[in-house]
Design a protein around this ligand. Structure first.
Ligand code: NAD
Length: 366
């Protein structure tokens, strides 16, 4: 059954990690290492069933392959899940046991933070393996990726404005931003600095208040965000918000935000294309965080990371070109661009070489 599934998804390797004493039950999924070692975060979640955990890690690791490939990174796609409650089940032993499993893969998989995991947990993983990114800045790590993700989203937005309106004057347009968390708050700050009109919503009223008081945004209710007359809709909280119930309400001509898996279905992406709404594919737009951590491998440098965010502008431009040239929706164009790169670069590789383990530079303190 599992082999049948991974034959369809194209995964290379699934590792089930178990350590009774540490209470570890984790799964590492390596989807594709053609472009380089598989990089992707570890998620800790109290999955209701083991099957839910497997489904999640397979879906997320495949997504990382596409994100890295479309972003021009020399990385493959992987992800890990730890089955457990991040509020109750964390311990040094658990993360060190997990770190040993990551280490056993010899650099084929590099981990990072994801939902339920913080930099302190990564400290324990880092004790056991160097194949981890997003370690604390005191060790030469890259710190919080959110400002980079927000700045990368701004680059994607500029590419979308250029295609739709022939200019990149962010401040001339209005925006509905759904979610002002780590990324969303930075993003609205960037928009307001450029003089844009911005509507915001969030479940967290403190965050909404801050967006209003500090940055001069206008607050609307959780459901009202779909009805405001914004030029651009920016989903920056949850996935699946562009769906059958919301598509008629969203009047924006551009959709560009940092949330993962924004389209509820492929059919919704096809429909956006038919309606002339320019959808900036989520995984290409929000790759700033991945680009940022990837720089830890060569020795992290913040200025270089900021410059790298600009490539998101060019990547989006290329996706929009392919979409127009082949008359296909933008989400498909992004998939094609990623798949084509993997195929072409894969042909260059000598089969016997395998994945070269990364050699991390400029980090210390393990
Ligand atoms: P976060 O948890 O800091 O922020 C999410 C915000 O959304 C929170 O303030 C939350 O209250 C709000 N929210 C939740 N449900 C909502 C709803 N129904 N309506 C309105 N607001 C709601 O997360 P984040 O790090 O800012 O990430 C935001 C999104 O961007 C996520 O989808 C994440 O997967 C994606 N992303 C983040 C990064 C990064 O660097 N942090 C990188 C790539 C993608």
């Amino acid at each position: 059954m599992l082999f049948e599934t991974i034959a369809k998804t194209g995964h290379e390797e699934i590792v089930f990690c178990h350590n009774k004493d540490a209470g570890l039950r984790a799964i590492i999924a390596i989807h594709n290492t053609v472009l380089g070692p598989a990089l992707g975060g570890t998620r800790m979640w109290p999955y209701a069933t083991e099957q839910d955990a497997i489904n999640d890690v397979l879906r997320l690791s495949r997504g990382m392959t596409y994100k890295a490939a479309v972003s021009g990174l020399n990385l493959g796609g992987g992800k890990a899940v730890i089955i457990g409650d991040p509020g109750k089940d964390k311990s040094e032993a658990l993360f060190r046991a997990f770190g040993r499993f990551v280490n056993s893969l010899g650099g084929r998989y590099i981990t990072a933070e994801d939902v339920g995991i913080d930099v302190n947990d990564m400290e324990h993983v880092f004790r056991e393996t160097e194949f981890v990114t997003g370690v604390h800045q005191v060790h030469g790590g890259s710190g919080d990726p959110s400002p980079f993700t927000a700045y990368g989203t701004l680059q994607g937005l500029m590419a979308a404005l250029q295609v739709k309106y022939g200019n990149e004057e962010v401040g001339k347009y209005s925006y509905s931003v759904q979610g002002v968390g780590h990324v969303g708050m930075e993003f609205v700050k960037l928009l307001r600095e450029r003089g844009a009109k911005v509507w915001v919503t969030d479940m967290n009223q403190d965050a909404v208040r801050r967006a209003v008081d500090e940055y001069g945004c206008e607050a609307v209710g959780l459901d009202e965000i779909y009805d405001v007359p914004a030029d651009v809709y920016s989903p920056t909280a949850l996935g699946g918000t562009i769906n059958e119930n919301t598509i008629d309400r969203i009047k924006a001509k551009i959709i560009c935000g940092a949330a993962n898996n924004q389209l509820a279905t492929d059919a919704i992406g096809d429909e956006l294309q038919k309606r002339g709404v320019l959808y900036a594919p989520d995984y290409a737009v929000n790759a700033g965080g991945l680009m940022n951590v990837s720089l830890e491998i060569d020795g992290y440098n913040r200025e270089r990371a900021m410059r790298m965010m600009r490539t998101i502008y060019y990547n989006l431009g290329r996706i929009f070109e392919i979409s127009a040239r082949d008359n296909i929706p933008t989400y498909r164009a992004a998939d094609h661009m990623a798949e084509e790169r993997i195929e072409k670069i894969g042909k260059l590789r000598l089969p016997h070489l395998g994945v070269q383990a990364p050699r991390f530079q400029g980090r210390s303190g393990r």
